[in-house]
Design a protein around this ligand. Structure first.
Ligand SMILES: Nc1ncnc2c1ncn2[C@@H]1O[C@H](COP(=O)(O)OP(=O)(O)O)[C@@H](O)[C@H]1O
Ligand SMILES: [Mg+2]
Length: 271
């Protein structure tokens, strides 16, 4: 059975879609069978970041409503055999995303994929709660800013209260992915320090992705950053994060600093 990951955050524009595509591609580059699922109904853009927008015919809501079978809606990546996209609908109403329908699709996906990565919309409403509903693991994407950290804290509360796992009395595995990290701004005190964010959220760190033009360049050519340029700093950060998701112990480094933070941060697994 595949593992379901939700990539979530309270705030928009923090890097959820970028991270979904990059982590999905990074896991598929390890030969794991991966599907990335766009839950951002009305605002779909995971297909753009994946470079698959012209190939979208059917979407998640079509499958939920029975207008299409799951294989008809899945789009195989042009570059990676084991990477698939289940797109969101741009036109339909979010209300078409029914809890029963989502459950059916997730159960089906779990039978066919190693990893199901759900790109959540921003906020705490229907789309976001349905995206996290069936997750085994949550990746909480946060920028080192007060507003982003505050919204992430709210999401952590929801993950512990509103998910199927929580209802079964189980604990959701939660990881912090700190993105758009700018070492210079952190140094000047314009951004929260890594330690401060960890202190507030107190969930284990999955990785730190630096602010980088490479992310924009990748999105402009319609490729996850790990495929666009596998040697650039954000790609390396995502590769390391994917290895950690797959259970490897990889030391964490703060972009712009040489010092490893391994024992201190990733050693703390008690989410
Ligand atoms: N590490 C990064 N460095 C620079 N820009 C980034 C980075 N991560 C994301 N972005 C940019 O930030 C914007 C929002 O990212 P996106 O992944 O769409 O966020 P969300 O899905 O959380 O709304 C996009 O323009 C994206 O290219
Ligand atoms: Mg998004």
């Amino acid at each position: 059975m595949g593992k379901v990951i939700v990539v979530t955050s309270g705030k928009g524009g923090v890097g959820k879609t970028t991270s979904t595509a990059a982590l999905g591609a990074a896991l598929a580059q390890r030969n794991e069978k991966v599907v990335v699922v766009d839950f951002d109904v009305g605002l779909r853009n995971l297909d753009l970041v994946m470079g698959a927008e012209r190939r979208v015919v059917y979407d998640l809501i079509n499958v939920i409503q029975g207008d299409a079978k799951l294989p008809q809606a899945l789009i195989r990546d042009k570059r990676l055999e084991t990477l698939f996209l289940l797109p969101a609908s741009q036109t339909r109403d979010k209300d078409n995303l029914t809890p029963e329908g989502v459950e059916r699709v997730m159960t089906d996906l779990k039978r066919h994929f190693d990893w199901i990565i759900c790109d959540s919309p921003a906020g705490i409403e229907r789309g976001a709660t349905l995206a996290m509903r069936h997750a085994d693991i949550a990746v909480v994407v946060t920028n080192p800013e007060v507003s982003s950290v505050r919204d992430s804290d709210r999401i952590i509360g929801l993950l512990d209260a509103k998910t199927a796992k929580a209802e079964r009395g189980e604990r959701m595995e939660k990881h912090l992915l700190l993105t758009r990290y700018d070492a210079n701004r952190a140094e000047r005190g314009d951004m929260l320090k890594v330690d401060d964010v960890l202190e507030i959220l107190s969930i284990p760190l999955l990785g730190i992705v630096p602010e980088s033009m490479d992310v924009l360049r990748a999105s402009n050519i319609g490729a996850p950053v790990t495929l666009a340029d596998s040697r650039c700093a954000p790609a390396m950060a995502y590769f390391d994060a994917a290895r950690r998701l797959a259970g490897e112990e990889v030391p964490i480094t703060i972009p712009g600093e040489k010092r490893g933070l391994f024992g201190k941060i990733f050693g703390r697994r008690a989410a």
